[in-house]
Design a protein around this ligand. Structure first.
Ligand code: GDP
Length: 440
């Protein structure tokens, strides 16, 4: 489970430069997966050996100009609410601004862990610019140059030390962890209430301070489901929730802890770019995903609308054609009862395991049915494969020239596994590796 670290600060202080440098210094974790989220606002990295989801909040408003202080305040509030650690970045060349003071005030009052770094300090001689910052009484102040690297290593070491020890959460053996995500007002809390329904025996699993996630167990048809972080969903009326682009941070956090995500989409509004974006993130994190078109009660011409839904999925969510979808109304209860069955189905596939024998039979047949291409004078050769992980099912195939395997052939092989193992509703990963040298 990775910690969420968010970089906040005024426009043009160098947030994205620092983000890129932190990503550059700290190897991305999933480096051979063709990720679907193309924006550079989030990255999965390892810092001091710990997995971290790094968020550049500046990326939410790339064109934000100096002066729009409310926006930056909202970003900061949202980061404080969601992140395990917030990095406040100021501009050492411009010096301390009243707006910085205001933001630092928010950070201090929150009682949440944060770090103060001052950027554009390109060498020790520039550190005199820091005196105003030292006078703030926030200790320590980290002078850095995101562009040139000065001070960044020390800063990273310190940051690594502050990262909370997030234990890899052992998934409960008997329950599937379900996350409900989506833009503000799509009906997340209405759906959660609907799923909880008449079950008055529900127990909050984790101590419910306002910050900590509150998980709720729901029983349905003799099975148990763990709805994760319902506090985040049901907490209402926070200023920081007004701007929908910042709600992505909450989705990231919930995706960190669930097996199957229900992505709610407002049927009346259709699939928005942000919906597609969050769906892409769910896929990158390798989660099971169900697209739930809510507020279906508001749709008059349902047949036409259903066609539009399908067209939108083909257009905007081609990359997750495996994700099943459902049209429901959290308000009336229309088809919400079907959600549990679909979760079961997705979760069963998500937890699928195959023996190495079966994997190799499929691999052999796949290669025979569709021979891999030549690379130079030799044909690409696959030696053997094995399933290395589940949730999601992940297969490693050993080949003579793995780097030469075209993405389309990799996808073909993934589809062969999908078909052979009946994995039509979940992400399936196929990783390619060079054959290990035999010990003599
Ligand atoms: P959240 O911000 O995603 O948690 O959304 P809420 O659950 O608070 O719902 C936002 C608004 O949409 C509320 O006024 C709900 O009553 C309404 N709403 C939620 N689900 C439905 C639905 O299926 N149909 C209709 N017509 N309204 C809904």
């Amino acid at each position: 489970m990775s910690a969420l670290v968010a970089i906040v600060g005024r426009p043009n202080v160098g947030k994205s430069t620092l983000f890129n440098r932190l990503v550059g210094y700290n190897k991305a974790i999933v480096d051979d997966q063709p990720g679907v989220t193309r924006d550079r606002n989030y990255a999965q990295v390892k810092i001091g050996g710990k997995p971290v989801t790094l968020v550049d909040t500046g990326g939410f408003d790339p064109d934000l100009k100096e002066g729009l202080t409310t926006q930056v305040r909202e970003q900061t509030l949202m980061a404080l609410e969601e992140a395990d650690l917030t990095v406040f970045l100021a501009d050492g060349r411009q010096g301390l601004s009243p707006h910085d003071r205001d933001l630092l005030d928010i950070l201090r009052r929150s009682g949440r862990p944060f770090l103060l770094a001052v950027n554009k300090i390109d060498g020790p001689e520039k550190e005199t610019a820091l005196s105003d910052f030292y006078a703030l009484g926030v200790e320590p102040v980290w002078p850095v140059s995101a562009a040139h690297g000065y001070g960044v290593r020390d800063f990273i070491d310190h940051l690594a030390g502050l990262l909370p020890e997030l234990e890899a959460e052992a998934p409960p053996a008997d329950r599937v962890r379900v996350g409900v995500i989506g833009r503000p007002n799509v009906g997340k809390s209405s759906l959660v209430n609907r799923l909880i329904g008449e079950d008055r025996t529900l127990v909050a699993e984790t101590p419910g301070t306002t910050r900590d996630p509150v998980d709720v167990t729901v029983k349905h048809g003799g099975r148990s489901y763990l709805l994760v972080d319902t506090a985040g969903i049901r907490r209402k009326g926070r200023v920081s929730l007004k701007l929908e682009k910042y709600s992505i941070m909450r989705a990231l956090k919930i995706l960190e802890r669930c097996d199957v995500a229900l992505l709610l989409i407002d049927s009346a509004e259709g699939v928005t770019d942000q919906d597609a974006h969050v769906a892409g993130y769910a896929v990158d994190r390798g989660r099971g995903l169900i697209l739930v078109f809510n507020k279906w009660d508001l749709i008059k011409d349902q047949r036409t609308e259903l066609k539009r839904v399908k067209a939108a999925l083909d257009l905007k969510m081609k990359f997750l054609s495996f994700a099943p979808y459902l049209t429901v109304s959290a308000l009336t209860g229309l088809r919400t009862g079907r959600i549990f069955g679909l979760i079961d189905e997705v979760f069963a596939q998500y937890s699928f395991r195959a023996s190495t024998g079966r994997v190799n039979r499929v691999l052999e047949q796949a290669v025979q049915a569709h021979l891999p291409p030549y690379v130079g004078r030799r044909r690409l050769k696959f030696y053997y494969g094995t399933q290395v992980a589940t949730r999601p099912p992940t297969f490693v195939l050993f080949a003579n020239r793995p780097e030469k395997v075209h993405f389309s052939y990799q996808r073909y092989l993934a589809n062969c596994f999908r078909e052979a193992f009946g994995l039509d509703k979940v992400p399936v990963r196929v990783l390619l590796r060079p054959r290990q040298k035999q010990e003599r």
